[in-house]
Design a protein around this ligand. Structure first.
Ligand SMILES: [Fe+2]
Ligand SMILES: [Fe+2]
Length: 242
């Protein structure tokens, strides 16, 4: 009897499960964009730092480690999607914390921020360091919230990814703060702190829900790192160690 009832029952859509799955997919799609944006932007920061302070090997090595960590984070999210046989939801600059931050503080896109210009003006490099500090500190707080989030905790693989990101995060702002402190320069300006908070609110309250509720949201058609030659991008400091 129970078997017959089961056979006739309409398949029930697990609303809670679908909601949680969608939430994780949206979060991971935004993260994979930001991790990729992070390590590709850090290639430019590395090039700049090598010219601004070539003598400060520890600082340059810390930036190279930061770049390697962000690449590692990107790959963890890529694997998370690949294991499910899905591509991430399509995102773009509007979802990038660093994209919005650079635009608000420097008035241009990341690619338009010329290395030569930043090298020539110490204040611009200091500003860039402060933007990285605020972005990474924000990332640490955000990941702590995600680690407590029950929807993230349900997915052991995703929770594990965020645990690794959380462990790595302090190394992503302490070197820049240390560099500014050694130069006795400001480590935070009110306008930049305000910009960081505003960008975070837009991403959390507008962009994330917008993607969550967008029906038939398109997916990426190729991985963000398609065509990249990582061997050549690995920093010499790290290559020497391996
Ligand atoms: Fe990261
Ligand atoms: Fe980071």
């Amino acid at each position: 009897m129970a078997a017959r009832a089961g056979a006739n029952a309409k398949p029930r859509w697990n609303i809670g499960g679908a909601f949680a799955e969608r939430y994780r997919e949206v979060v991971a799609s935004i993260y994979i964009y930001n991790e990729h944006r992070g390590y590709t932007s850090l290639d430019r920061v590395l090039t700049t730092a090598r010219q601004v302070c070539p003598e400060d090997e520890a600082f340059i090595e810390a930036i190279a480690k930061h770049r390697a960590d962000e690449r590692k984070h990107y790959l963890m999210f890529k694997n998370w999607f690949a294991r499910q046989g899905r591509m991430p939801l399509a995102t773009g600059r509007g979802y990038g914390h660093i994209d919005r931050f650079i635009r608000m503080v420097f008035g241009c896109n990341i690619e338009e921020l010329a290395v030569d210009l930043v090298v020539a003006d110490p204040e611009l490099f200091e500003k860039l360091c402060r933007v990285i500090i605020l972005t990474e500190q924000r990332g640490l707080v955000q990941v702590e919230e995600l680690l407590r989030n029950p929807l993230i905790r349900q997915d052991r693989a995703m929770h594990g990814i965020f645990a690794i990101v959380h462990k790595d995060e302090p190394d992503h702002f302490l070197p820049y703060r240390g560099w500014l402190e050694r130069k006795q320069r400001s480590t935070g300006k009110r306008r930049e702190v305000w910009a960081d908070a505003f960008i975070h609110k837009v991403l959390l309250l507008v962009k994330l829900p917008g993607l969550f509720f967008r029906r038939h949201a398109p997916r990426m058609t190729e991985w963000p790192d398609a065509g990249e030659e990582q061997e050549q991008r690995v920093a010499p400091e790290l290559r020497a160690r391996s």
